[in-house]
Design a protein around this ligand. Sequence first.
Ligand code: TPP
Ligand code: SF4
Length: 272
Amino acid sequence: MAIKDYIRERFFPHMWCQGCGHGIVLNCLIRAIEKLGMSKNEIVLASGIGCSARIAGYVDFHTIHSLHGRALAFATGIKMSKPELCMIVPMGDGDALAIGGNHFIHAARRNIDMTAIVMNNRVYGMTGGQYSPLSGQGTLATTAPYSNIDQAFDTVELATAAGASFVARTTAYHVQQMTDMLRQAIMHEGFSVVEVLTQCPTYFGRKNKLGAAPQMLEFFKERTTPIGSKAKQNDPSLIERGIFVQKDMPEYCAEYEKIIEKATGRAAAKGN
Ligand SMILES: Cc1ncc(C[n+]2csc(CCOP(=O)(O)OP(=O)(O)O)c2C)c(N)n1
Ligand code: SF4
């Protein structure tokens, strides 16, 4: 299938600002799906609310644009009723880890088969640049004009500690790596988390004087490094990119199916 067959052309032009990284994620996601040769009828994309969540409007899969912070809850319900479908859940950092933080850790703990994409632009883009749990101490936001005093979550460490069986990080600059990571995450049977460091030039970039999109992408190029690189040993402040966790673990829907079989087998034996 051609790339354009996976998108809803009637909803373009998109609503993202010039230079926003969310379109890059959409592009890589569609390329990953095209590489897997998947039919659009076998994919469900569930999103919450946010600039990132608007991806749900642009792809021609089964889609649901639900409630802020609740994408994983909707996705869990859909996946449990139709486990044969491939579930993809793109979320902003606020959507995934502020209001949606509880859903995130429990979906990871259950190891339910879906791909959670955390589009981390370190800000609430859609609502005007408030700080998020990923903004980090010392950053500026419309709600932190004198500097943010909150420490940031490390998405990779959080997902790993909560039990996700596939955990990876990349950036909007590293498009080939992102496409390949998304492909692997979709193929993985279990809860997959792909954190994508991405740019919101309109709010995070402008408030923090980081320049326009090209400079923000340059930052991702210069300040990240492959996992375990020599550069990281020399400069611990560099952010690592790559696949941190990839392991086989019992998957939630498969385990639930066993329970159904046990219960129905017992009922049949009793003659019910
Ligand atoms: C229950 C609820 N609370 C708050 C909001 C307002 N709201 C909409 S999007 C958003 C944050 C968006 O930030 P993020 O999830 O990081 O995505 P981005 O827009 O940066 O891509 C908020 C607070 C809402 N729609 N629903
Ligand atoms: S406000 Fe930020 S996150 Fe939202 S579309 Fe604009 S650049 Fe992207």
